[in-house]
Design a protein. Structure first.
Length: 454
C-alpha cells in the first residue's frame, strides 16, 4: 500500500482539500478521503493523469526534420507523407523499441499515464513478415516494460492504397495485411501483452476507409473482442473527396449509415466535417480522438469542438506524429483553434467550469473510454493514474479551483508537472522519468544511424 497526501486535489465531484489517496498493491486506488491530516508522501496539486489516445511512436524520430519547403510550391499532408514513407523504410525493430521508449518517457513527463499506440509498422522493408509475426508489437511492449507507462495496443489493419483497392505503394508495404493474416497478427500482438502488468489493454484499428475494405471496417469490433476500435476519419479534404467518389457519401456520413458506432469507437481527427455530421457523430457516443498539435503541423483543419461538445460529444487527445509531446499544448491548441475560427474567447468554457477545466474533465473521461481503461478519476477501484503540478510554482502559488488548470494550460507548460504514476508505478519524480538517462542514450544511438534518412 502507498499513501499520498495532497493539499488540493481534483476529485470526481470537484476540488477538495487535504486529500489522502491510498494505492493498493494491485495498482488501483483503494481509498480517497478529503479533510485529512498529512500522512504518507506529501505531493503537489493532485490530478487524474489523462490518456494519450493516439500515437504513432516511430514518427517521433522525424520531429522537426520535415519543415523545409519541398519541390511542390504548396506542401501538404501528402508531401509530408511521402517523406515519412521514405524514412520508415530504414527502421529496424531495435530502432522502433528505442524510439517508442523515448516517446513513452516524454508522454509520462508531460503528464500522460497511458499510451494508446495506433501501431501499423508491422513488417520488414519490402513487406515480408518477420519470423515472429508480432515482432514489432513485442518491441512496443518491451519499451513499455522499461518506461512503466500504461499501454493500450491497437494493431492496425492496412490493406489498400486507396478506395479503389489499389495495391500498397513502396512506402506502405510494411503496413499491409489481408484480413486473415491481420487476424493472426492481432492475436499474436494480444499475446505479446502478457509480458506486461495487468493494466495493459488491447483493441484494433482499421486504418481508414481508404485503407481497408468497408466490410472489414464493419467487422473490426469482432477482432477487438470488447476492446476499443479506432479509425482515422475525415482528416483531409482529398480523403473526403476520394471516399465520396467511391462510396457516394462523405466519410462521416458513410460511417453513420454503416458502422455500429458507440462508446467502443474512437474516430481520429474528424477535422473535415459538416455541421450535420458533427452533431450526428457526437450523438453516437463515440469518441473524437483529437491531435491538435499534429493537425496544426499537417494543415489538417480545425475540429468543430464548440458544436461537438454542445451536442454532448466526447473527446480525447493524442500526440499522433509526436512532433511535440505536450499535454498542456494539445489543450491550448485545441481551444485557440476555436477562438481563431470564431473570433471568440474562452470558446469551450461553460457556466459551471472554466475553459481548461472543461477540456481537462472531457479528455480524462473520453481518454479512459478510448483506451478501454478504468482511469480518468481519482476514485476507488480506478487505476492509480495520477499526476501532480508544482503547487509552489510562481504562477500557481496562492491560486485555487479551476484557475489552477487555466494557468497550467494557458500560461504554463509541462514543466509544471512534478510526479506521475501509472497504475501506481511512480515513474516521474520531480519532473524526470526514473529511466531518463538510459532511454536518452539508446535514442541518441538510434538517431546516429538514421540522420541521413531524410
Amino acid at each position: 500500500m502507498k499513501t499520498l497526501w495532497s493539499p488540493r486535489a481534483l476529485l470526481p465531484d470537484g476540488w477538495a482539500t487535504d486529500v489522502t489517496v491510498t494505492i493498493g498493491a494491485d495498482g488501483r486506488i483503494a481509498s480517497v478521503q478529503a479533510g485529512t491530516q498529512p500522512s504518507g508522501e506529501r505531493v503537489g496539486l493532485l490530478l487524474p493523469a489523462p490518456v494519450n489516445a493516439h500515437s504513432h511512436a516511430f514518427q517521433r524520430a522525424m520531429a522537426g526534420l520535415t519543415e523545409t519547403r519541398g519541390p511542390d510550391p504548396r506542401d501538404t499532408f501528402w508531401t509530408w507523407r511521402r517523406l515519412m514513407y521514405r524514412f520508415l523504410d530504414r527502421l529496424t525493430p531495435d530502432h522502433v523499441q528505442a524510439i517508442a521508449a523515448l516517446v513513452q518517457m516524454e508522454m509520462l513527463e508531460a503528464g500522460y499515464a497511458t499510451n494508446v499506440e495506433f501501431h501499423y509498422l508491422h513488417h520488414q522493408p519490402g513487406g515480408v513478415p518477420y519470423d515472429t509475426l508480432s515482432e514489432m508489437a513485442q518491441r512496443i511492449a518491451a519499451a513499455t516494460s522499461q518506461t512503466g507507462i500504461g499501454l493500450t495496443l491497437l494493431p492496425v489493419q492496412y490493406q489498400f492504397g486507396g478506395c479503389d483497392g489499389r495495391a500498397l505503394g513502396p512506402g506502405q508495404i510494411r503496413f499491409g495485411n489481408d484480413p486473415d493474416p491481420f487476424a493472426r497478427l492481432a492475436e499474436d500482438s494480444r499475446a505479446a501483452l502478457k509480458t506486461l502488468p495487468p493494466d495493459a489493454g488491447f483493441g484494433v484499428a482499421p486504418h481508414s476507409l481508404r485503407a481497408v475494405a468497408t466490410l472489414d471496417a464493419m467487422r473490426a469490433p469482432e477482432l477487438a473482442a470488447g476492446g476499443p476500435v479506432h479509425m482515422h476519419l475525415a482528416e483531409q479534404v482529398a480523403e473526403v473527396e476520394e471516399v465520396e467518389a467511391a462510396h457516394g457519401k462523405r466519410p462521416v456520413e458513410w460511417a453513420l449509415d454503416n458502422l455500429d458506432l458507440g462508446p467502443n469507437w474512437c474516430l481520429i481527427h474528424c477535422t473535415q466535417m459538416k455541421p450535420h455530421e458533427t452533431t450526428g457523430l457526437a450523438e453516437t457516443g463515440a469518441i473524437a480522438g483529437l491531435c491538435p498539435v499534429t493537425e496544426s503541423n499537417l494543415g489538417d483543419g480545425i475540429f468543430d469542438g464548440v458544436r461537438w461538445l454542445s451536442a454532448g460529444g466526447r473527446i480525447a487527445v493524442g500526440s499522433d506524429s509526436n512532433i511535440r509531446i505536450s499535454l498542456s499544448e494539445e489543450l491550448r491548441t485545441l481551444d485557440y483553434s476555436q477562438r481563431l475560427r470564431d473570433s471568440s474567447r474562452a470558446a469551450l468554457a461553460t457556466p459551471e467550469t472554466s475553459t481548461a477545466r472543461t477540456m481537462f474533465d472531457a479528455i480524462c473521461a473520453g481518454g479512459a473510454q478510448a483506451a478501454g481503461r478504468q482511469t480518468g478519476r481519482i476514485a476507488p477501484g480506478h487505476w492509480a493514474d495520477l499526476m501532480t503540478l508544482d503547487a509552489d510554482h510562481v504562477d500557481l502559488a496562492g491560486q485555487s479551483g479551476d484557475t489552477l488548470l487555466d494557468i497550467y494550460v494557458f500560461a504554463g507548460s509541462d514543466a509544471m508537472v512534478r510526479d506521475v504514476w501509472s497504475a501506481g508505478r511512480h515513474m516521474v519524480h520531480q519532473g524526470r522519468h526514473v529511466e531518463r538517462e538510459a532511454i536518452l542514450r539508446a535514442y541518441a544511438t538510434t538517431m546516429q544511424t538514421l540522420r541521413d534518412a531524410l
